[in-house]
Design a protein around this ligand. Structure first.
Ligand code: FE2
Length: 477
């Protein structure tokens, strides 16, 4: 019963010119649940196959008009029927007939008189086989399609990413390039044979030696490498930037036999980065000019401290260089120091310029200038912490400074450096209320406060500048 269920719907075409044979085979297969179609001649069978697609065909050989071999050959000519298994069933027992049966496209041969069990067993086996083969074919077809689609996608992606791949066989010296490598180098695959020396020819002359050495060293050390260099395109001599990644295949004897790598055109990225750098430089320069103009405005209003900020800036930058700080940090210090007293713009000029000692109230007023300065600057988006430098330039390590009594590491290094330069410049310059105290007195003052009030390294760098390096300060005042 279960078997019958399984076979239900499976169609079998029987072709035999003897009606009794058709009848016996039909009953046998119908009893097993198959849907049976019978044809009494080859022509009728071929006609039926115009609309019928059976799962299996049982075919007699000796028939009038058209024999079984010819019918089978005609069936196999039709694309839609080609995969239907054909089993010959015949009284012929000459081995030559069997050979002919298989060569005309049959999958099996059953002798007459036949055993019912044999017919059933073979029919079932071939239907199952055909089903399995169809599934496999569909699977292979869809996988092949998927693979081709993936390859297309990969190629497109590589084109978009300007990414090529290469493979160098170190045993026979052949170099394979993907199409995208040819594109990157401006070469045509039909006109150029890739090779290591030919590749080096296309590398920018200034990079050629280092590219060659990087590759040879990587092979010798059996290590992957990662390299950015320039190439010169063959078609228009344009200089392009490429990023190379490569690794090696090593054989059982530990020898490198092949190198595999990718090459990506990153010219756009490099150009964008250079432009970005250029604009950042321009921005910083214009910022510096603006700050200098603002600082000069303040100095006009306060002639007694004319040049003070510029002098402090000059000394603070020299101290920063002495401390080997980065160029970027030094740029920040230059700007912060040239504007460090900008908050004095809020203090009446008669207090700033009046000779003689200040009252406590007046001094309290003076002490607000770092806060005013940072208020003015805090909303300007400098690439450095300028507002903080201005706010903190009167802070001292032990917390005795103002306005926030910050201590030690709470104070920015930039502010600590400006503090030292500020004190030295102020003491060694003429002030409305006193003449210059001289550079030595100024240096002794910071030396005495080193580590307690002032940053030790900044102090010793400053002293070193004056005593060892003959620093000639304040030329502009
Ligand atoms: Fe100040």
């Amino acid at each position: 019963m279960k078997e019958e269920q399984n076979n239900r719907g499976l169609k079998i075409l029987i072709v035999d010119d003897v009606a009794d044979n058709l009848s016996v085979l039909s009953s046998l297969l119908q009893a097993e649940g198959f849907r049976v179609f019978a044809a009494i001649s080859g022509n009728l069978a071929l006609q039926a196959l115009d609309t019928l697609v059976p799962d299996l065909i049982l075919l007699d050989i000796v028939m009038p008009e058209m024999n079984g071999f010819e019918i089978c050959a005609r069936i196999k000519e039709r694309e839609s029927l080609r995969n239907i298994p054909v089993i010959f069933i015949s009284a012929l027992d000459d081995p030559q007939d069997k050979v002919k049966a298989f060569s005309s496209g049959g999958v099996d041969y059953i002798g007459k008189p036949f055993q019912k069990e044999e017919v059933l067993a073979r029919v079932k086996t071939h239907i199952e086989l055909a089903g399995a083969r169809d599934k496999l074919e569909t699977l292979v077809e869809s996988r092949t399609h998927e693979l081709l689609e993936n390859q297309k996608r990969l190629k497109k992606t590589q084109q978009l990413a300007r990414l090529g791949s290469w493979e160098l066989d170190l045993v026979n010296g052949t170099l394979y390039w993907s199409d995208e490598v040819f594109n990157i180098f401006g070469l045509k695959p039909s006109e150029f044979v890739p090779g290591f020396e030919a590749f080096l020819e296309r590398v920018h002359p200034e990079d050629r030696e280092s590219v060659k050495m990087t590759y040879l060293t990587a092979v010798k050390d059996k290590l992957a490498y990662d390299l950015v260099h320039r190439i010169v395109r063959n078609d228009n001599d344009d200089i392009q930037y490429v990023h190379e990644l490569a690794d090696h295949v090593i054989n059982e004897d530990g020898e490198v036999i092949r190198s595999i790598g990718t090459v990506q055109d990153i010219t756009n990225l490099v150009t964008l980065d250079k432009e970005r750098q250029h604009y950042l430089e321009k921005f910083k320069n214009s910022l510096e000019k603006t700050v200098i103009v603002v600082s000069a405005t303040l100095e006009k209003r306060d002639p007694y401290t004319a040049g003070h900020q510029r002098n402090v800036s000059e000394l603070a930058v020299s101290i920063a260089k002495e401390l080997n700080l980065s160029d970027d940090t030094i740029s920040g210090i230059r700007l912060g120091s040239i504007i460090h007293d900008i908050g004095k713009i809020n203090i009446p000029s008669e207090i700033l310029t009046r000779p003689g000692k200040l009252s406590d109230l007046e001094f309290e007023m003076i002490k607000t200038h770092p806060l005013h300065g940072s208020e003015i600057l805090k909303d300007v988006e400098f690439p450095w912490p300028i507002a903080e430098m201005v706010l903190q330039h009167h802070e001292r390590l032990d917390g005795s400074g103002y306005p926030n009594s910050l201590k030690g590491d709470e104070i920015l290094l930039e502010a600590k450096i400006i503090a030292v330069a500020d004190v030295v410049e102020a003491m060694s310059s003429h002030r409305p209320y006193r003449p210059s105290l001289g550079i030595e007195v100024a240096l002794k003052e910071i030396e005495a406060g080193s580590g307690r009030l002032f940053d030790e390294k900044a102090v010793s760098a400053c002293i070193n500048l004056f005593r060892e390096k003959d620093f000639k300060p304040f030329a502009s005042s």
